[in-house]
Design a protein. Structure first.
Length: 54
């Protein structure tokens, strides 16, 4: 059920807030993906170094 706000600009403000929140979440997930990618590269490099020893 949609409740019509008393002030029409309230929906606009809420929409803007939601867009900002989504943007922040996208940035966070991108940073997390890069962090995981770097971690995998480090692990891969470590495995290669161990294999080089044997």
């Amino acid at each position: 059920m949609f409740i019509k706000p008393d002030k029409p600009y309230e929906t606009e403000i809420n929409r803007m807030k939601a867009m900002e929140k989504k943007k922040r979440e996208n940035i966070k997930s991108k940073l997390q993906d890069e962090k995981e990618k770097k971690q995998r590269q480090i692990e891969k490099r470590g495995l290669e170094q161990i294999q080089d020893l044997f």
